[in-house]
Write a protein that binds this ligand. Sequence first.
Ligand SMILES: Cc1cc2nc3c(=O)[nH]c(=O)nc-3n(C[C@H](O)[C@H](O)[C@H](O)COP(=O)(O)OP(=O)(O)OC[C@H]3O[C@@H](n4cnc5c(N)ncnc54)[C@H](O)[C@@H]3O)c2cc1C
Length: 509
Amino acid sequence: MAERERRHVRVAVIGSGFGGLGAAVRLRRQGITDFVILERADAVGGTWRDNTYPGCACDVPSHLYSFSFAPNPEWPRNFSGQPHIRAYLERVADTFGLRDHLRFRAEVLSMRWDTEALHWEVETAAGPLTADVVVSATGPLSDPKVPAVPGLDTFPGKVSHSARWDHDDDLRGQRVAMIGTGASAIQIVPAIQPDVERLTLFQRTAPWVLPRADRKITAAEKWLHSTFPATRAARRGLLWGIREMQVSAFTKRPDELGLIEFLARNHMKKAIKDPVLRAALTPDYRIGCKRILLSNTYYPALAQPNVDLVAAGLKEVRGSTLVGADGSEVEADTIVFGTGFHVTDLPIAQRVTGAHGTTLAEEWKDGMSALRGASAAGFPNFLTIIGPNTGLGNSSMILMIEAQLNYLADFMRQLDVLGPKIALDARPSAVQEWNRRIQQRMARTVWNTGGCDSWYLDKNGRNTTAWPGTTAEFKKVTRQVDLAEYAVLRPPAGKPADRPAGPRTEVAA
Ligand SMILES: Cc1cc2nc3c(=O)[nH]c(=O)nc-3n(C[C@H](O)[C@H](O)[C@H](O)COP(=O)(O)OP(=O)(O)OC[C@H]3O[C@@H](n4cnc5c(N)ncnc54)[C@H](O)[C@@H]3O)c2cc1C
């Protein structure tokens, strides 16, 4: 890798999805150009590069699910599909001059904080480097999770995961078993149902599904948005405002969500006439407890004669026979897992060793927590984008990412003001207090009280993923770094800096 000659950078960003690219744009805007973006794949896009399954699309309208600093008046639909979002991120990389910073096939294998040099030693698949600051934007839904199903290794057909779609496996005329009923699965089912011979859907928990108000964005709208940017901003503002108003029902008054349940039931009734199937598809928990899904085609697909539902989930595999937890047996040629991601056990956490010689995963063994969703105690100059308790149930994650980019910008500003070779380490007391307040508020939310088991909760039943407030509130609490929440680390006395301070940030006014 070209960085071998250079070895040291001011900032190493890990990941090139919305989070990593956004961080890079923000660094450049701050006048920081001495940074690299380390990406394990060979292209930018993150989620939207990896998820290429049939029907893959966003559940948040595109004018809100995009960067505020990179508006796109040309979005083709309300809810754009994966190819358009991926293309948008490629354009962001070009428009903001990020190409020279990108290092592909540079998976971060391990990282260790050097307590004397006050920097990170980073081992990547493309060689080592050191960095004053590391921004981890490896994504919450990046590493596919496949459950340990007994006998899976005896299955003679193809096995894949929604996030690693096998485009060489032509499903036409095949008997396909789809495992899971989450956001990806409910997009895949209607997309493949017309082509496959038989589709068996293994459902452990029924999802709540609402209609999807999708349509083409007209040429007139696109013209209006590019000619009068205020109209685009107003559209975004409206989409944002509607979602902000819904938050209190999720976080404080889950009972108010009953009306939404009524709408969801009606939505199902229109397509599913069989009362037995309807009963099996009716969730037994409060809407919102798990992510609410949007689809106009999921229920109609389930009503088709070539589709079966096993509402008890998958118990085991015996050769080409899949056995449901209710004892039902079905033959399949291909298994597709739509079983989600490692969310509360982020793989990167095992690879980051902090100031006390422990990994982030060890520190988080009882649950993830980070000050303002970004900084873990004992991991100086290490910021996570979409860290613990930053997830949303009803709005665009790009809003949360942008709030965290403000925090990153101020973090860099503070480091510059403090001088060269300085590091900031979140105080354990500050992290604990932040976490205590989050968990206190979490107790009332629908995610904790709605009677479901979701990926928002970790193995201890603690909600370490969701943000229990509005995005405006998160933006407010991440506007600035409060130095009182950090210990300022300086090189040990008598140890001169082992290298010149290097290119410094031009401090923004
Ligand atoms: C199918 C799907 C649909 C979604 N729909 C929505 C939606 O409708 N609305 C919404 O708000 N959110 C949605 N999300 C959530 C989505 O993940 C976030 O909105 C956002 O894209 C996350 O961006 P990110 O940059 O943080 O992570 P990612 O996009 O996951 O990017 C992480 C990057 O880090 C790289 N990486 C990981 N580990 C390493 C390593 N060790 N070394 C180097 N590189 C590494 C990965 O290769 C990847 O490129 C969806 C997610 C999925 C999977």
